[in-house]
Every structure is written in structure tokens, then in C-alpha cells.
Design a protein around this ligand. Structure first.
Ligand code: WAQ
Ligand code: MG
Length: 272
């Protein structure tokens, strides 16, 4: 099968409006482009520029992955949500110092001057030291998608569990690619969208743990932190994996549980 990477980027004057990213076979290219144009023009802010890039992935080897398993936590407060996130990160091997530092940075805007980044921070899972080459932009993961079958399965599963928002499906795909990266310990994310307070902590070991509240509504800070094992990381290799390795998710993960975050922490601690 021949695959293409399709990327859309819409901006108004100098501001980013929306973006999208797909990996599709040749017979899905036209339909995908139509969907992306619709998305670019479906926002409150009309774009002044939309670019769509279609790259032949040619003979590049596509890595096939199974999506992370899913746990959905509801929380009574942002504070509880962040505590649950740090707990999950701890189970994946991130130190409390590094985890709380990331929480603090995402809460304030991780780029210098308190801005949001377009990409992710890379953080030493032990010390919390930031290692991304560009602290303004961060590292953007690219070239990942669901196969049509897996997309249908995960869409049905998430819909059935009341998580039908497109952001969840997309974040799960991105988190799956990131979790399989070389020397990646875990990831923490919440949106910069002021209307979207949910986020997640994820890792190969813990799966995708969605947390209903990681920030207050109206807050427009957010971002992503990728925690790595400093002893084994080859930063160049990791960045190259995130940016260029095509990943197709061909199987959905399992649904593990939906529960209150306090209960989750208690249950987890009892098992240790
Ligand atoms: N690679 C690396 N970092 C990225 C990427 C990418 N491709 N896309 C976004 N980011 C960073 C960037 O700093 C953004 O400001 C931040 O993440 C948030 O991006 O299960 O929608 O697209 O419902 O706003 C969480 C889903 C949604 C929780 C996250 O992120 C759920 C979301 P957004
Ligand atoms: Mg956003």
C-alpha cells in the first residue's frame, strides 16, 4: 500500500487558527483534503492563509502500533486532577519534582514570557531539567494517524463512553506515538483552548489516563511535556522519531476503567 502524509495549517495574519495531520492511502487523499478545508473554515476566526501539504511517504517504513489502553478519571477540582496526573507520571517513572515542575510550566505557559509553545517540552524525568532544542517552539510530533478500521473502532468506543470529542481521539493517537518513542518515560498534556479543561498523563506502562479537569475554564495556557530517561536518551534520534517516523495506529487499545481520581489513587496505592 502506498501512503501519503497530509498536513493542514490555517492562520489569520500571524495567528495560528487550526491544523490537522493525516496519513492516508492514495485513494483517500481527495476526501481528506476536503475534510481539512472544512475544518480550516469551520472556526470562529476565518483563516487568511491555509496551506495543505501532501507528501508521498514512498518506501518509508510505516511503524504499526496498537493504541494505548484508556482510563478515564473524573475529578472534583483542578488540584485533584493535577495530583492524579503527578501520580500517574510517578507510576511511569517520573520523579515528583519533574512532574510538578511540568505541571507548573503548563499552568503558566511554558515558552519564555509565559507564552504557549507550538510543540512539546522535553523534560528529564528525574531532575526536571528542560532539554528541548528550542524553548519557544518545542518539538512537534508529526506523521501519525489511525488506520480507517482502527479509527472507526476507537470512534465507536469513545462515543459509547461519552468521550466523542475529536480532541480525545487525536490526543490518544499523538500520545500513542509519543509513548513508543525511544527513551520516552511519559507525557503530560492539557489543551491551550480556554474551553477545554481535560487533559491526560500517558505512558507505555500506564496507558492513556484522561483527567477531566487539569485547568480552570477560561484559562488559555496549556501544552505538552515529554519526559525522558536521561541515561538512555539520544535526543537527536528522539526528535527525528517524533517529527518524521510515520506511525499508523492499526488497533485500538482496551478500555480499562472510568472512576473518580481519588479512588484511582487509593486503589493504585493499595496494589503497590
Ligand atoms: N506535537 C507536540 N506538541 C504539540 C502538538 C504536536 N503535534 N500539538 C500540540 N502540541 C502542544 C502545544 O504546546 C499546544 O499548545 C498543546 O500541546 C496543546 O495542544 O482525552 O487539544 O491541540 O479529551 O490544544 C487533550 C485531550 C487535548 C484530553 C489536548 O491539545 C481528552 C489538545 P492542543
Ligand atoms: Mg490548541
Amino acid at each position: 500500500m502506498h501512503y501519503y502524509s497530509i498536513r493542514m495549517h490555517a492562520s489569520s495574519e500571524t495567528r495560528h487558527v487550526s491544523g490537522a495531520e493525516r496519513i492516508v492511502s492514495s485513494n483517500e487523499v481527495d476526501q481528506t483534503v476536503i475534510e481539512m478545508v472544512r475544518r480550516a473554515f469551520g472556526k470562529k476566526t476565518l483563516p487568511s492563509m491555509v496551506s495543505i501539504t501532501i507528501d508521498d511517504l514512498g518506501a518509508e517504513e510505516l511503524r504499526s502500533l496498537t493504541a494505548l489502553d484508556i482510563t478515564a478519571l473524573t475529578t472534583r477540582s483542578v488540584e485533584d486532577g493535577r495530583r492524579a496526573a503527578v501520580h500517574v507520571l510517578g507510576r511511569a517513572g517520573v520523579s515528583p519534582e519533574a512532574a510538578w515542575k511540568a505541571v507548573d510550566l503548563l499552568g503558566r505557559g511554558p515558552a519564555p514570557g509565559g507564552q504557549n509553545m507550538r510543540g512539546a517540552m522535553i523534560i528529564d524525568a528525574e531532575t526536571g531539567k528542560r532539554l528541548e532544542p528550542d524553548a519557544y517552539r518545542g518539538v512537534r510530533a508529526s506523521r501519525f494517524d489511525w488506520s480507517p478500521e482502527a479509527e472507526m473502532q476507537i470512534r465507536c468506543l469513545l462515543h459509547e463512553k461519552g468521550l466523542g470529542h475529536f480532541r480525545t481521539k487525536e490526543a490518544l493517537a499523538l500520545a500513542t506515538k509519543i509513548a513508543h518513542g525511544p527513551a520516552v518515560t511519559a507525557e503530560l498534556c492539557w489543551s491551550d483552548d480556554p474551553d477545554y479543561s481535560a487533559g491526560y498523563a500517558a505512558s507505555f506502562r500506564t496507558g492513556y489516563v484522561r483527567i477531566s479537569h487539569l485547568k480552570e475554564p477560561g484559562n488559555d495556557h496549556g501544552g505538552r511535556a515529554i519526559f525522558i530517561d536521561r541515561r538512555t536518551v539520544d535526543l537527536e534520534l528522539l526528535v527525528s522519531y517524533l517529527q518524521t517516523q510515520p506511525v499508523l495506529i492499526e488497533k485500538p487499545g482496551r478500555w480499562l476503567a472510568a472512576m473518580d481520581s481519588g479512588e484511582f489513587i487509593k486503589g493504585n496505592t493499595e496494589h503497590v
